[in-house]
Design a protein around this ligand. Structure first.
Ligand code: ZN
Length: 269
């Protein structure tokens, strides 16, 4: 009789575990090394376009805030991001393959025909302004990111400084993967934009957040990029806030980009 009761209890516990979403979540988080993780980078902090800045910074999961150097709100946004538990990276302006107004880059940016020395000196200056930055990604950059030698010089320099690099993939012909291979650095890159091709809306951001989470479930990690200001702003911030629970219920944890970088570096996926 005692044995029968034991078997019934074991069955009940098993079914409770299978049908209880929180138990599944616990199960997914149980192994810190293999739980699927997703980083959400938010580009364009620091600039004069303030749409969604405070809403984004108030979000209750660790975002990765990419801050443009030497612009109006660089200091204020980066300090606020750290205070609110987010990660900060340098959103390094790099030249496009087409002519754009200088004001889109800010005062310091890597130019298409810079030498490696010129480019790394500019990046070092910017990192002095953002000493808390753990990584670097690209602002604009559809020209510079297609120069494998220049990118390899930049990535090797960052590697020496123990600062990670993330390819925003602002152009389909980016040579950053090749550049990372050249200097034996992990290739960290953006999987989804939350507002691709200027498709800025709440619905689109929700859709691409879920797509990012699905990639993390399949591959172990993923990287999404959204924006404050004209390209994203309040719609994107609200979409993130309202979709966090759904992403977590899928068994995916939102983490700072440095966690994804460590996964790739140590081949733990
Ligand atoms: Zn940008």
């Amino acid at each position: 009789m005692k044995q029968k009761v034991g078997i019934i209890l074991a069955f009940l516990a098993f079914f409770a575990f299978i049908f209880c979403p929180n138990c599944k979540k616990e199960m997914a988080y149980a192994d810190e090394k293999t739980e699927p993780v997703m980083a959400i980078i938010i580009d364009d902090f620091g600039g004069y376009e303030r749409g969604g800045v405070s809403e984004m910074l108030e979000i209750n999961v660790p975002l990765t805030c990419a801050v443009i150097p030497f612009v109006d709100h660089t200091k204020e946004d980066s300090e606020m991001a750290i205070k609110n538990g987010h990660e900060v990276i340098l959103h390094m302006p790099m030249e496009s393959h087409v002519n754009l107004p200088q004001s889109w880059y800010g005062p310091v940016y890597v130019k298409n025909y810079d030498t490696i020395k010129q480019a790394t000196e500019k990046i070092d200056d910017c990192l002095k302004e953002l000493p808390m930055a753990k990584g670097v990604n690209i602002h604009i950059g559809s020209g510079v990111s297609r120069n494998a030698d220049l990118m390899a010089g930049i990535i090797a320099h960052l590697k020496e400084r123990d600062i990670y690099f993330c390819d925003s993939r602002t152009h389909p012909d980016t040579k950053c993967e090749e550049a990372c291979r050249m200097c034996n650095a992990p290739y960290l890159y953006r999987d989804v934009f939350l507002e691709p091709h200027g498709m800025k809306s709440y619905a689109s951001a929700v859709r691409f957040l879920k797509e990012g989470a699905s990639i993390a479930l399949k591959r172990g990690y993923s990287v999404a990029i959204g924006h404050v200001g004209r390209e994203g702003g309040k719609d994107t911030a609200l979409a993130i806030k309202n979709t966090i629970k759904e992403i977590e219920d899928m068994g995916v944890r939102i983490v700072p980009l440095s966690v994804v970088n460590e996964r790739i570096k140590n081949n733990i996926v």
